[in-house]
Design a protein around this ligand. Sequence first.
Ligand SMILES: [Zn+2]
Length: 318
Amino acid sequence: MSKDPPVILACDVGGTSIKLGLVRNGRLRARAEIPAEARRGLARALERMVHQGRALCREGGVDSRELGGLGLAFPGLIQPRTERILSTPAGKFDDAKELDVPARVARALGVPTLVCNDANAALAGEWRFGAARGCRSAVMMTLGTGIGTSAIIDGVPLRGEHGQAGCLGGHCTVTLDGRICPCGNVGCAESEASTWALPVQAREHPGFRESRLAREPTLDFATLFRVAARRDALAMELRDRALRVWAGTLVSLIHAYDPAIAVLGGGIMSGGAVILPRLRRYVARHAWTPWGRVKLRPAALGNDAGMLGVAWLLEQRL
Ligand SMILES: [Zn+2]
C-alpha cells in the first residue's frame, strides 16, 4: 500500500457556483470555479464536475489513477452512511433526492464519494486547518443566504441518525410569533435574519418607504450596515435585530454543544466590522459558561474551508 496520501477532488456546491479543488494533505493543488446552473439539476452538474475534475488533474500534473475519491459539500441534509441527499435548497438541484451520487461518480471516475452538508464541511476544514485548529470541541455559524451551523464534540463531528445533528442551528425558533420558515418551523433564526429574508422583512416594514433602504438597488447586509452607519432608523432597527438573532443563536449553540471555540463565517461577516464585537458582548453577558468564555473567532479559510473539510472527511474514511 502506498504511503502517499490520496488526492481528493473536492467540490463545494453553492446556489450560484461550484468550487472545485484537488486536495492532498490539506492543501489545494489546483482549483476552479464553474457556474452551478442549479435549475438544470445535480446530475448535469455532476457531469460538469467530473469533466472539470479531469481537467484539474491534467493541470495539476496528477495522474487520474492517483485520485482517491470525490468529496461533495452540498447545501442540504445528507443521510450519513448512505450519502443520500434528503433536502435541497428551494428550486435548486430538484433531482438530487433521487440521485445515487456515489454510483454515478464510481461509474465516471472509478472512485468512492463522500457527500456532506456544506456547513459540516466548512467546520471540518476550519477545525483541521483553520480558526478552530487544535480545539477538541467547536461550533461554527455561517451567515449568508441562509444560516448554516455545525458542531464537533470531543473531536467527533456531530451527525446524528439522519445527518441533522448540529446543522439545524439556523432553524431553531428565536421568535415564537415569527414568520413560517420554508423549513416548516416558526420564527427560525434564518427566516428572521439571513440574506434571503432581509428584503422581505424590510419591504413589509411600515417605515420602509421613508427609509433610504427603499432607494437602494440591492437589499443585502452590506447595504444594510452601510445605510445603518448613516443612522437611518429602519436600517438601524433591522441591523440591531439581526445582531440579536445571530447572538441568540450563538448562545444556543454554546449551550447545546459546549464548545471551546465558535467560528463565524459566511459572506455577511466580511461586510460588517460591527458584527464580531457585538456578538462577543452579547455572549459574554448571556452565555451560561461558569468555567470561562467561549472564544469567538472569524473563519480563517474563507471559501476554501468547505473543500478542505470535505476532502479531510473523505480521507478519514479511505
Ligand atoms: Zn427554518
